[in-house]
Ligand binder design. Sequence first.
Ligand SMILES: Nc1nc2c(c(=O)[nH]1)N[C@H]1C(S)=C(S)[C@@H](COP(=O)(O)O)O[C@H]1N2
Ligand SMILES: [Mo]
Length: 347
Amino acid sequence: MIPDRTGGAPPDLLNQEAPLCALARPITPTADFYRRSNFAVPHVDAGTWRLRVGGEVATPLSLARSDLEALPRASVSVTLECAGNGRNLMTPIPPGTPWGLGAVSTAGFAGVRLRDVLERAGPTAAAVEVLFEGADRGIPDEGDREEPFARSLPLDVALGGDALLAWEMNGEPLTGEHGFPLRLVVPGWYGMASVKWLVSIRLLAEPFRGAFQTERYVYRGEAGIPDGTPVSRIRVRSLIASPADGDRVPLGPVEVRGTAWSGIAPVERVEVSTDGGATWAEAALGDAPGPYAARTWRLAWLPPRRGEFRVMARATDGAGNVQPAAPVANELGYGNNVIHTVRLTVV
Ligand SMILES: Nc1nc2c(c(=O)[nH]1)N[C@H]1C(S)=C(S)[C@@H](COP(=O)(O)O)O[C@H]1N2
Ligand SMILES: [Mo]
């Protein structure tokens, strides 16, 4: 057996990877969609639940589900990726959830546009950020007092982007693990921005300083990025969904399949190397299901002989970003978008 460092974290109620083979399809079935929760899943009573919108606003709101349903419906396919996805492939392995490569998935989300709700409340001229709080709470690893899971977005991102307040995922009501009854979905941003079990939106006159904004989900020690910069957009990445690392394949045509995404600009090219990176062939891209969702890709490969091969995939996005050959290092292991390699034995 070839040792597999990408096999992922052991199954866990709160943290679970998607099987890589599920990523060869445009939409990840909800049962396979990765999960990441910092605290226990909170019980939220749908009957009494309200979304509060307050802080630097002209009109504070307390919205029931029926109030949200009265707004125009919006839906979008979005790839969510945990900022720590692939942490386990870094050397040394940084602290944090020991993710292999499956902390990424794509779903169709539906609800209402965040900006429609924010415009009803009317941000004041003093507002600079929008803070989102989940119903889940606990003591963060670095902290000594309880706080909710909470993250903020710059006001222009919250108002200008295509962020959704979603109650539907893949055509079904959100499940408990994925944020029932309402979650934020921030297309193009690493997963931590998409706050689950949303109970409060607060417009702030100062940048938010909570643990999940300043201690975790920040870049520290990465060249070119000021220490403490909150993690934001998803870096371009592709994964080989099949064959799997360590597979034995018969001599004959092999279909290499995978997925590719970027939160910065749509993916424009995926190249595959079967000689360890010496030469690259262009893969055929599947449809783009929208600007924020991964594209599938495939390449027919005819192995020239039996033996061991290293198959690699590398994506380029419309802004010219391309995946690096080695992980970009930072203290907490975020934003690792190193080229994916699988080892195959042709028999
Ligand atoms: N309330 C709350 N929202 C949260 C989290 C959390 O712990 N609590 N985890 C975040 C992180 S780190 C990720 S990667 C995504 C994961 O979303 P999923 O579990 O639906 O895949 O949710 C984000 N939203
Ligand atoms: Mo995450």
